[in-house]
Design a protein around this ligand. Structure first.
Ligand SMILES: Cc1cc2nc3c(=O)[nH]c(=O)nc-3n(C[C@H](O)[C@H](O)[C@H](O)COP(=O)(O)OP(=O)(O)OC[C@H]3O[C@@H](n4cnc5c(N)ncnc54)[C@H](O)[C@@H]3O)c2cc1C
Length: 415
């Protein structure tokens, strides 16, 4: 389909939602450009995996050309699996089992997903462009301005620039996110050592949240096994596309109280890993080994925040998606899925507007009205889960770490 330039969309941020929307609009023949602050596509490791639920998978299915959607499934981990809640010695408290259906829940490597989302967008993603403001340029449209002094015109501007959004203050002036008392130090470690998996067979398909004896601290880990090797799968389904990685790994996160994070450790990889090592000494030896074998350049600090429901959208032909609107603590795996869901919904509305079914302003207002209820329900769910699992309420913590683990046999002996 040819691209018509009388209706153009400028997106700030080439993350999950920005790229997913760009894919949607490209397929519909809409003139779309994405402006990304990073100097290139893979400058940060973003080294973790992401669980896609039925909303995220449905959004990808609707937005991507069929071979790219198949690529996401082919390179993902096997469907199904479990999430186990245990005490610090990995004794089970309770387990959630995911549906064993290909389109229900799927664990994928985030960097591979980003490569898939970038496929076919050549010339439409512009790196080293840090958006700073949106100006109303009258009936003709808007201008998206950058820190380098440049600007671009567009009929519609979409802020998909993540939790630290530079556009939020202008577009959603009353909705700065709130910080929470919790933080996470995330890392990844190789899954295979001398041909042997570091994760025992009993936990092969499980994510594990191990709760420490004292409330407010926990350790999460899960292994990411690529289904098909990404290089081979890209060659088959997206020739010319780039697969940045293909080695199986364990992603882990030490959850701790924000006031336990010393000032100045952000960006200091050694200090972050030391922090994780120090606070994981009371956990099962398997957990300590994961921290000890971590790949240093994948260690990141994340201070958990919750988005605030916007009461006013200040610029009628501009809107926002994803973490920029509704950041949430990473409990329940809703953040990325909700961001992808936004992208497909907004894409649908903008395509309807371009076809003349409604005005651009109505299309965007319709997106915002439909997005806010599901997105802030997800924020509330994630924040509630975080409180229940890491909060100081004595009874639930005692049930999870003392009572329930006694009722189960030892899953992973402490060799
Ligand atoms: C450790 C961890 C584990 C997670 N696991 C899951 C999971 O299992 N399932 C799930 O659904 N979610 C998960 N999430 C959440 C998920 O990663 C985010 O919700 C998702 O990435 C949000 O997508 P986004 O498009 O809004 O923003 P992002 O993907 O963060 O992208 C924002 C982009 O904007 C760019 N940018 C920033 N500022 C500017 C600017 N001024 N101008 C231009 N570009 C800019 C950034 O460089 C970035 O590329 C997890 C998060 C973390 C931290």
């Amino acid at each position: 389909m040819g691209i018509s330039t009388d209706f153009s969309v400028a997106i700030s941020g080439a993350g999950l939602s920005g790229l997913c929307l760009a894919q949607y609009l490209m397929r519909a023949g809409i003139d779309v450009h994405v402006y990304e602050r990073d100097p290139g596509p893979f400058v940060r490791r973003q080294g973790y995996r992401i669980i896609l639920d039925r909303y995220g998978l449905a959004a990808l299915r609707e937005s991507l050309p069929r071979p790219l959607y198949r690529l996401a499934l082919a390179t993902g981990d096997e469907p199904g699996g479990h999430l186990r809640f245990t005490d610090s010695r990995l004794r089970d408290a309770f387990t959630i089992t995911f549906k064993d259906e290909p389109h229900a829940t799927r664990q994928v490597d985030r960097l591979t997903l980003r490569s898939i989302l970038l496929s076919g967008l050549d010339g439409r993603v512009h790196y080293g462009r840090s958006a700073v403001a949106v100006d109303d340029a009258g009936p003709a449209g808007l201008r998206l301005r950058f820190t380098d002094g440049g600007s671009v015109p567009a009929t519609v501007v979409v802020g998909a620039d993540g939790v630290g959004s530079a556009l939020r203050a202008r577009l959603m002036p009353d909705a700065e996110p709130e910080s929470t008392p919790m933080a996470g130090v995330y890392g990844r470690s190789p899954l295979w050592r001398d041909g042997v998996s570091v994760i025992p067979d009993a936990l092969r398909t499980s994510g594990v949240l191990a709760l420490a004896d004292r409330p407010g601290r926990a350790f999460f880990f899960t292994s990411m096994r690529f289904g098909e090797n990404p290089r081979e799968a890209f060659a088959r389904l997206a020739p010319g596309g780039y697969a940045p990685t293909g080695d199986d790994y364990v992603m882990w996160g030490l959850l701790l109280r924000r006031d336990e994070v010393p000032a100045g450790v952000r960006g200091d990889l050694l200090a972050l890993r030391d922090l994780a090592a120090r606070w994981s000494t009371d956990f099962h030896p398997l957990i300590r080994r994961l921290v000890d074998t971590a790949e240093l350049d994948s260690t990141v600090l994340n201070l958990f925040a919750t988005g605030r429901r916007p009461r006013r959208w200040a610029v009628p032909r501009a809107t926002m998606m994803g973490d920029a609107v509704h950041v949430m603590p990473p409990f329940g795996a809703h953040g990325g899925n909700t961001a992808l869901r936004d992208a497909a919904l907004l894409g649908r509305r903008l395509v309807e507007a371009r076809a003349g079914a409604m005005s651009v302003e109505e299309a965007i207002a319709g997106y915002q009205d439909e997005m806010a209820p599901y997105a802030f329900r997800a924020v509330d769910t994630a924040a509630g889960l975080m409180r229940r699992l890491t909060g100081g309420a004595a009874a639930p913590h005692w049930v999870l770490t003392r009572l329930l683990p006694r009722l189960h046999p030892v899953t992973v002996p402490e060799a």
